[in-house]
Design a protein around this ligand. Structure first.
Ligand SMILES: [Ca+2]
Ligand SMILES: [Ca+2]
Ligand SMILES: [Ca+2]
Ligand SMILES: [Ca+2]
Length: 274
C-alpha cells in the first residue's frame, strides 16, 4: 500500500456553537498579542445551535457568522427542529448585531452543519447546510445587490442526499475549478458526492459506501497523485474509510482502517514532515 498519510483523530470540538440545548452562540475575542481568550459575549440564535461558519456574508469587510439551528437531535432522532440558519452580522468590534427575522433563513429539517464558500464565483459568499431530518442539503446563494456586491440575503436551493446527513465538506474534486460537495450520511453509511455546475447548482448526488454511522469527512490528496481523496470517520464501525479520487470527480471503493473507539472527526496533514 503506497498511501502515505496519517490521520489524526481529534475529539469533537464544538467551538462557538453548543452541542444542543443552549440557544445562543458564544464568542471569545483574542486580545492582540495574547494567546488567551477573553469573553466576547452571547448572541441569541435559534433552537439548539449545532454548527457555525465564519465569513463576510454581507460583503461589508467585517466577518459574520452563520449558525445552523438544529432543534433537539437525540441519538440521530429529531425531537424538535427550528429548521433554520441564523446569520449574525459582525459590527467590527467583535460583537454582532441582534438577529432579526430578516437574518433567519429556512433550511430543511434539523440542520446540523453549515459551511460557507463562494460556489458560483460571483464574489459573494454562499452557504451550504446539511439537514439531518430531511435527508437533503440546502444551498443558500448570496444575493447580488445589483452592483456586484452582496445584499446580505440568500436564496435557497435543495438537493437530496443520503439518510441523516451529519456534516459536509467542499473541495475541487475534478479539474473544472468549480467547487464540489461531499456530504456524510450518518444514517445510510455512505457519502454523497455532488459535482458543482459553476452557477451554484449541483448535479444529482452519487453515493459511495463507507463505514457505519459516518460523522466527518476530510478532503486531501492522500496518495500523492495530485487528485483529491476522501477520508471519513465512522463513529460506529470504529474505522476510517479512505476513498481514492479519480480525475473526473468519482472515487474508488473505500479502503477501511481501524482506529480507536467512536471516531467523530478527522483532519488530514503531513504529520511526520515527509
Ligand atoms: Ca460582514
Ligand atoms: Ca456566490
Ligand atoms: Ca468541480
Ligand atoms: Ca489522490
Amino acid at each position: 500500500m503506497m498511501i502515505r498519510f496519517m490521520l489524526m483523530l481529534i475529539a469533537c470540538l464544538f467551538v462557538l456553537a453548543g452541542c444542543g440545548g443552549d440557544d445562543s452562540a458564544t464568542v471569545a475575542d483574542l486580545p492582540a498579542g495574547a494567546g488567551t481568550f477573553a469573553a466576547g459575549g452571547d448572541f441569541s440564535v435559534g433552537d439548539s445551535p449545532r454548527s457555525v461558519a465564519i465569513g463576510d456574508l454581507n460583503g461589508d469587510g467585517i466577518l459574520d457568522l452563520a449558525v445552523a439551528n438544529a432543534g433537539s437531535v437525540v441519538n440521530d432522532l429529531i425531537v424538535d427542529g427550528s429548521d433554520n440558519v441564523s446569520v449574525l452580522v459582525g459590527i467590527g468590534d467583535g460583537t454582532f448585531a441582534p438577529v432579526t427575522a430578516a437574518d433567519i433563513y429556512e433550511a430543511g429539517t434539523a440542520p446540523v452543519f453549515v459551511a460557507t464558500e463562494d460556489l458560483n464565483a460571483d464574489g459573494i459568499l454562499d452557504l451550504v447546510v446539511a439537514n439531518s431530518g430531511s435527508d437533503n442539503v440546502s444551498v443558500l446563494l448570496g444575493n447580488n445587490d445589483g452592483s456586484g456586491k452582496s445584499d446580505g440575503t440568500f436564496a435557497a436551493l435543495g438537493y437530496d442526499v443520503g439518510t441523516n446527513p451529519f456534516s459536509l465538506a467542499l473541495g475541487y474534486l475534478n479539474a473544472d475549478l468549480i467547487l464540489d460537495l461531499v456530504v456524510v450520511n450518518s444514517g445510510s453509511a455512505n457519502v454523497s458526492v455532488l459535482m458543482g455546475n459553476g452557477d451554484g447548482t449541483f448535479v444529482v448526488a452519487v453515493d459511495y459506501a463507507v463505514g457505519e454511522s459516518p460523522r466527518s469527512v476530510a478532503i486531501g490528496d492522500l496518495d500523492g497523485d495530485l487528485i483529491l481523496d476522501l477520508a471519513v470517520a465512522n463513529f460506529r464501525s470504529l474505522n476510517v474509510s479512505v476513498l481514492a479520487g479519480k480525475a473526473d470527480g468519482t472515487f474508488a471503493t473505500a479502503d477501511n482502517y481501524v482506529v480507536g473507539a467512536s471516531p467523530r472527526s478527522l483532519v488530514i496533514g503531513d504529520l511526520d514532515g515527509d
